[in-house]
Design a protein around this ligand. Sequence first.
Ligand code: ADP
Ligand code: MG
Length: 394
Amino acid sequence: EGVTYGLLPRPCRVLVLLNPQSGTGRALQLFQSHVQPMLTEANIAFTVFVTERPNHAHDFVQNGDLSSWNALVVMAGDGLMFEVVNGLMKRQDWESALKKPLCILPGGSGNALAASINHYAGNEPAIKEELLTNCTYILCKGLHTPMDLVSLRTASGKRLFSFLSFGWGFISDVDITSERYRKLGNARFTMGTVQCLAKLEVYKGRLSYLPVGETSASSSPYSEQSSSSGQSGHHTCYRNGHPIRILPQTAPGVSHVPEATWPEDSLLVPFNQPVPQHWTVEPEEEFIAIFAIYQSHLGADYVMAPKAKLHDGSIHLFYLKAGVSRTALLKLFLAIQKGTHMDLNYPQLRYIPVRAFRIEPFVAAGLMTVDGEMLPCEPVQGQVHNQLCRIIGG
Ligand code: ADP
Ligand code: MG
């Protein structure tokens, strides 16, 4: 597929969406001291939108007039970028809105996208102010490229768009447990890991996926019409051939945009149908963690998928089957900081690039996360959409 690169015009004007609460609470101060002088030098005019509450950026991006901006810059953690992506998707004009380049400047404690872009640019690993300066420099250069998004569907009927990761189990537990240590910045993940290791749990469920390179036999694409239970408002999932019922939920994440206008999830079938024949169903049903990531970094110093690229059309699926000791798990976490975890050759750790996946928990246990944000535990499936939005990087 052709890749179209672009360059921000000069002079240009960007909107900076900034979460003053993210990370150590210094985003505004860091913007003024580190970012502002470089933007001025590069002839990039900016307006700063300081968020006052969760979903403020989401609502603004969903409803606001964005025509004055050449790019939308997020100065926060991955959580605010998630709001922006999903806010854009809920616009009537989402398709043209997604052509506007996005940019991430690390201002949070979870800065995975910023660290990934720093890595793709060929820079040495960096954290804190150094990472911020690198990312600001990348913005000043102004090169933008396509980025994949993953469309995620939950059994209760939510559809979310994700740029970074979907997880269930250990890693997601760490992500959420560590939020209370946000003021420590990136070190929050070390604290969370130690705490979660103490109460190590096993999660039961079924994992299915479509490996990259598996040529698809014709499958019936996802549509609400083909879901017999869609009308009555609940979905049925299968566990060992027996249907289990998931009750519907009304929650944010349900869009006002007619489903039909969104990109079609041609690889997925409704939850009330088993996954297509050419998918792989993992025989193991006990997991410590399942983690699907589409960028290289899980955090500023966690390199989960070193080979991932912005638009490789792949979901990098990792899963850790039950039977790993705490010591081995700690070793694994230390190795992820260098990206050498696969070299440990743990038989319980599997990695496979896929285009789509489905996770069906047998009981609603443990946390799920989308781009680091929490989701109640329920069946989830997703597929990659190649080059759906644009990001400044390179
Ligand atoms: P971090 O990386 O530290 O988690 P994020 O930017 O990801 O920082 O933000 C964390 C959460 O804060 C997100 O869920 C976001 O919706 C929420 N949020 C955004 N703006 C505000 C605000 N002004 N006050 C409180 N929470 C906010
Ligand atoms: Mg976050």
